[in-house]
Design a protein around this ligand. Structure first.
Ligand SMILES: Cc1ncc(COP(=O)(O)O)c(C=O)c1O
Length: 381
């Protein structure tokens, strides 16, 4: 047996907790995916393009119609022009875009700055190259980026900073002052900013999403990653895209073409057509904000501390009034005892920092959320 390239990686917590949820018939608020039906136009839309014979390989960076629709969307959302021919690539979900971007720009021995708690796909991609993850902690309760520490950790080996905002798992967002810090810290360096913005449209209370694409000062060094799965409740379709300056994108495509080469053709045509109606994405913040508000309001009389959630479809709950047990123990015990499954936040920290916080996903239908509130409200010390 050859030595593992990822010796520390086992089964992910999402798989473990979902299996436990199934075993115990528990309500699963663990993994982040919607439980409600998708827009009913999709079936006809995709079938139309399959029937029209659009079933062979797409152009490597994506079909021109979809890239053009995305260029328009970015202009509308972030007031910046990105050339559909040279600055946009369609990917197999955000995950592939992230993996490919890391492969493209990070060399063995480089350092990559990452923020914990972190979504789980960044660190293994860095480790596979033989580069080093430099972790910076975002801490309970507000999970803001400590920019002074970022500046201290930057050096000539720093190849990349990976940002994720709105942030999974905390639901925190960044504002314009964070971006100013980012600009000043990365100015005159060759550090790439990889900005994971899959929750760009799931941002609440009239906040403006601070995409790196808004900022011409970051253009020479930033790539932003998005997910149709997250935006249109189609996580199983694994479709996403990445946007950045032509010089960066041309390097990205060198790797992308040997990674997947291209993505699902009829679905790309369907997405291009769907994007013609901007209401489809402009209506999303309201849709999820109503879910967040209803869920949190009903939970107010419970013994959980409900942490502020600026965006994403995740809500953090602190349970320190209820139990002293570790978050992993609590998540497992409550799946078995109360039949509700959550994700312990310590798993998003490389050092398993346990702040007695659980993550729940509220991208669920009303009946599921009501049942979840009923169960959570019964859990007492
Ligand atoms: C922060 C973050 N980035 C990327 C992804 C992956 O997106 P996709 O399913 O499009 O690969 C997820 C999915 O949960 C996520 O939460």
């Amino acid at each position: 047996m050859r030595t593992s390239k990822l010796p520390h990686v086992g089964t992910t917590i999402f798989t473990t907790m979902s299996a436990l949820a199934n075993e115990h018939g528990a309500l699963n608020l663990g993994q982040g995916f919607p439980s409600f039906e998708v827009d009913n136009v999709w079936g006809d839309l995709v079938k139309k393009h399959i029937d029209a014979g659009r079933n062979q390989y797409a152009p490597m960076p994506g079909i021109p119609e979809l890239r053009s629709a995305l260029s328009t969307k970015i202009k509308r959302s972030y007031q910046q022009e990105f050339d559909s021919a040279s600055e946009i690539t369609v990917t197999a979900g955000a995950t592939q875009a992230i993996f490919t971007a890391i492969q493209t720009f990070v060399h063995a021995g480089d350092e990559v700055i990452l923020f914990a708690p972190a979504y789980d796909c960044y660190a293994p991609a860095i480790e596979l190259i033989g580069a080093k993850a430099i972790w910076i902690e975002l801490r309970y309760p507000d999970y803001q980026i400590p920019w002074k520490e970022v500046a201290e950790k930057m050096n000539e080996r720093t190849a990349m900073i990976i940002l994720n905002h709105p942030h999974n798992p905390s639901g925190a967002s960044i504002d314009a002052s964070d971006i100013q810090q980012l600009i000043s810290i990365t100015k005159d360096t060759d550090c790439i900013v990889l900005s994971d913005e899959v929750y760009e449209h799931i941002l609440f209370d009239e906040r403006q999403h601070q995409s790196v694409l808004r900022y011409p000062e970051l253009r020479d060094r930033s790539l932003a990653v998005f997910s149709f799965g997250k935006t249109f409740h189609l996580t199983g379709w694994k479709m996403g895209y990445i946007i950045g300056a032509a010089a960066l994108m041309s390097e990205f495509k060198k790797v992308h073409q040997y990674n997947v080469f291209c993505c699902n053709t009829p679905v790309q045509y369907a997405l291009a057509e769907y994007l013609e109606d901007e209401e489809k994405y402009l209506s999303i913040p309201k849709f999820y904000q109503e879910k967040r508000d209803k869920f949190n309001l009903q939970l107010q009389s419970s013994d959980f501390e409900i942490l502020p959630s600026a965006g994403t479809y995740f809500q953090l709950l602190n349970y320190k009034k209820i139990s002293d047990a570790s978050d992993v123990e609590v998540a497992v015990e409550w799946t078995k005892k109360y039949k509700i499954t959550t994700i312990p936040c310590s798993v998003f920290y490389p050092n398993q920092l346990d702040e007695k916080v659980l993550r729940v996903c509220f991208a669920k239908d009303d009946a599921t959320l009501e049942r979840a509130v009923e169960i959570l409200s019964q859990i007492k010390a």
